[in-house]
Ligand binder design. Sequence first.
Ligand code: ISL
Length: 544
Amino acid sequence: MQPWWKERVVYQVYPRSFQDSNGDGMGDIPGIIARLDQIKALGAGILWLSPVYASPDADNGYDISDYRAINPKFGTMADMERLFAEAEKRDIKVIMDLVINHTSDEHEWFQKSREPGSPYRDYYIWRPARVDGGLPNNWTGFFMGSVWTLDPKSGEYYLHLFDRKQPDLNYHNPKVIKEVKGIMRFWLEKGAAGFRCDVINVLYKTTLDDGRKSLAIQGIEHYKSQEGNHEILRELRRDVLDCYDCFTVGETVMVGVEEARLLCEPERRELDMLFYFNHLEVDRRVSKYVPKKFKAKNLLNVFSQWQRGLSWNALYLENHDQPRIVSHYGNDKQYWERSAKLLATLEFTLRGTPFVYQGQEIGMTNFDYTQISQLNDVESRNIDGLMKKLHIPAKLRWKWVAQASRDNARTPMQWTAEANAGFSAGEPWLPVNGNYRRINYEAQEKDVNSVLQYYRRMIALRAGSETLKYGEFKPLLGSRRVMAYERALDGERYRVILNFSSHAAKAAFGGTVVISNTGRTIYDGRLEPWEAVVLKQTNEEAKA
Ligand code: ISL
């Protein structure tokens, strides 16, 4: 018997943008409850909630000020308990976002920590200036600039890998680990079925020595996937997670396959699976802000490495930090619908647990904003500020920020063609994409050929096939535009052929058509633009 978290599909909800129930323009927990039936109808069996905890929202909830309280913008603890109960009624498991690399600077621990000599001082990483008055070291953070901010109260600097409002916890302090275990137990007892673990491979800073000179994230070699980090993961697993029927998916930054194996192969008893980023970076250089040409074969190579390198993958094409996949690797203009379906074909025919991000199932696109002032994301604003200091012209800054901004994924969910796309009766916290009259859930619910219906079909196809869930992955063909691969189990083979271009293409493979995004039922080796075809063949058929 395979564990349920390998069988099921996960649906990620970004609460503030999903469904508002009280007209304040902010999505909330009662809104999520009201939409559980839609999540169920998609065929998802696990709900991952981005943070709903108390937070001043400097990074939209990834800066937590109380791990045991609900952000009043989203509702109450009673609402949260009702969400667990309503999800359970529908056989949907709920996993929480575990953000433990840092807290908010408004967390009680940090406030107390600012007092030198306080028992909380060692919960965080404090250092005085260097003797020459310089910063404690030369590290730079994920959101650009130094990782050090001076706290006037104690006259020392504290370390933050992300925003200055997200001070890093000190994992050399056993009290911190004990607190984290308490938080995990609290949510598992309430009914959580596991955790998505935020930036989980950078917890343990081995030394605070200067980092090697680097264009970005200088100093990372001192804290990425360190042995101390592995020990913490094993301890959390042994002391907490192993006592519950739950799973973890770690968000791990900058890992290659070898490093990932150490973090999530089953015998290591650390994470159950992890999110890597390589597959979303095949058209990026150095940083996500610098584009390069997409080639299908490069994407296939990345998947081949990961599919064969790990015994189980977390599969995702979108989340709240990434541009919309149909705008990124698809074609959100002429071939919007077909390319959105092609990407669904890709995701559900790989080996692993698939994660669908809200709106992905209706092919939502990147935002249609025209200027930086319309953005909310702290990362986008910081990067723009930095580029401004480097005298990069405004037009170019906008071009780079717009295609990579995290707000692309954060525009409100497009439910209907009515005002504010049915997301809210009030003014949404972030403007709705102007294409909501054309792209919305309600319209696709009624249309048998919609992207939404195609997602449902792909999810059902995967659910009904041991080969698609557990079969071996083998790459077959990778060119500039086309990729093809095979999944095989017990003499049964699925062949997946994908044309990532607006040109016709050729790729000769045999088998019976199981599904295609053009409605074709016979495959003759010729692909239409953005066509996706899944073929099936048994050993007997191959011989015949
Ligand atoms: O978004 C990114 C690149 O596109 C990353 O740099 C991102 O910040 C990194 O993957 C970590 O993300 C997670 O932790 C952050 C939070 O802002 C993100 O929303 C979260 O997913 C800090 O908690």
